[in-house]
Design a protein around this ligand. Structure first.
Ligand code: DOR
Length: 445
């Protein structure tokens, strides 16, 4: 569907950022939201002679602000055999995401302003959705000396992380938090004590024993969560916890938040939906870091969605080449993809009444946008028209073979889910449309 301006009518609008939940019309002009109201028909403020207008009846369909993913690996630069900006952002658009943060564990990693500037040029040329780089915390992500955080911020980094690796040196981690605070950007902590985790493949315990592989104890995450909470509390710097996976870490974060420590937390769909047993069925497509944990942890994370301890759900989309993932379990890289399944997996929790629809959408829109201070995740009048239209009732079977991502390492392959993205728009431009599914509902003026 191509037109300059759009009037969506009869949409079921869920926008937790503005507190809207109900049937609305929404007018997009010049890439911005011009009006949202119970009725704008027939054409809102559009009049003959203006730019062409597409009027699209969304009766029965949902309209959400474009989803925001604050944890994506687009693998650029240097690992384009796993994913590219084009394939990764196509996958994002198909999943309803209009803004993504891309992690710095690339080759070279994003530890120099020149690398980030080059990446920005490629983003401008190749990306379909908004892409925000995360700068490295330490040079080479080696954990020995700080990267030039201020210069990285000036080049466009919106946060700092050594994601994929922990910053083991507590003094360096503390300096990073202080420096990052001066730049106004958060540090994203990948909590893992590498001595406790080293050589581990899956969660320590029964499954690791059954498979005869080394386990990763929950303490590997928990001791670092505890350390980073102390550092955040002492520095007053803003810290964000990536992919929280244990009940104990979540509990510590909950009490720290209650005491006013400035931290936020994200969880992933795979830690919410799967436990360690999944690796028996899925092999390396369930090998992820932090590992899938116990049922107790999984249910605790779901409780964290409900009680507000968790601020955002993030995909941790970690594409790997099928050949890499085909290696024996002990050698295959950690990571699963998620851009094209995060929304329907979250909607499955809504269907199971584990979480309300508005809260699920909050965790995918304004929640993550607030965590990273992004001007995104809500459809305010005058704001950029980043949105997604979803058929919540449409059931489908996940077929990783059809993904727009280059990668196939999806733990949800074959699952029956509901909630199809029909159209995704970034700044008023249609970047994704499923099989022209809205054509029969659209008239042009
Ligand atoms: O499973 C993971 N994969 N966890 C990480 O922290 C890094 C990621 C990757 O880059 O593949």
């Amino acid at each position: 569907m191509r037109a300059s301006d759009f009037l969506f009518t009869n949409a079921l609008l869920v926008d937790p950022g503005t507190g809207t939940f109900g049937q609305r019309d929404l007018l997009v002009r010049d890439g911005r939201v011009e009006a949202v109201a119970p009725s704008l028909a027939p054409y809102g403020t559009w009049k003959a002679g203006d730019a062409p207008l597409a009027v699209c009846d969304l009766k029965g369909y949902y309209l959400f602000p474009g989803l925001v993913d604050i944890h994506t690996h687009l693998r650029v630069p240097g690992q384009e055999h796993k994913e590219t900006l084009a394939s990764g952002t196509r996958a994002a658009s198909a999943g309803g995401f209009t803004s993504v943060l891309t992690m710095p564990n690339t080759n070279p990693c994003l530890d120099r302003s020149s690398v980030i500037r080059d990446l920005q040029k490629r983003i401008a040329a190749e990306a379909l959705v908004r892409v925000y780089p995360v700068g490295a915390v330490t040079r080479g992500q080696k954990g020995r000396s700080l990267a030039p955080l201020e210069a990285l911020r000036r080049a466009g980094a919106v946060a700092f992380s050594d994601d994929g690796r922990p910053v083991m040196d507590a003094s360096l981690a503390m300096q990073a938090m202080q420096k990052a605070a001066e730049t106004g950007c958060p540090v994203i902590s990948h909590c893992e004590d590498d001595r406790l985790a080293r050589g581990g493949v899956v969660q320590a315990g029964e499954i690791a024993e059954q498979l005869g592989v080394k386990g990763i104890p929950p303490a590997a995450e928990d001791v670092m969560t505890a350390r980073d909470l102390v550092l955040a509390s002492d520095t007053g710097a803003y810290l964000h916890f990536a992919h929280v996976s244990t009940a104990k870490s979540l509990d510590m974060i909950r009490s720290a938040k209650d005491r006013g420590v400035p931290v936020t937390a994200e969880v992933t769909p795979h830690h919410l939906a799967l436990d360690a047993r999944a690796v028996l069925r899925l092999g390396s497509n369930a090998k992820v870091n932090p590992p899938l944990r116990t049922e107790h942890d999984r249910l605790a994370l779901q409780e964290g969605l409900r009680d507000g301890t968790v601020d955002a759900v993030a995909s941790d989309h970690a594409p790997h080449h099928p050949r890499e993932k085909a290696s024996p379990l002990t050698e295959a890289p950690f990571g699963v993809i998620g851009l094209e399944t995060t929304l329907p997996v979250m909607l499955s929790f809504v269907e199971q009444e584990r979480i309300g629809l508005a809260r699920a959408i909050e965790l995918l829109t304004v929640g993550p946008a607030r965590v990273m201070g992004l001007d995104a995740g809500t459809l305010e009048t005058g704001g950029q028209a980043d949105l997604v239209i979803v058929d919540l009732d449409r059931a489908f079977q996940v077929d990783a073979g059809l993904f727009l991502s280059k990668a196939r390492n999806c733990p949800f392959d074959g699952w029956s889910l509901k909630g199809r993205t029909l159209l995704t728009m970034v700044g008023g431009r249609v970047v994704y449309e499923r099989e022209e599914s809205l054509r029969g509902r659209t008239t042009r003026q």
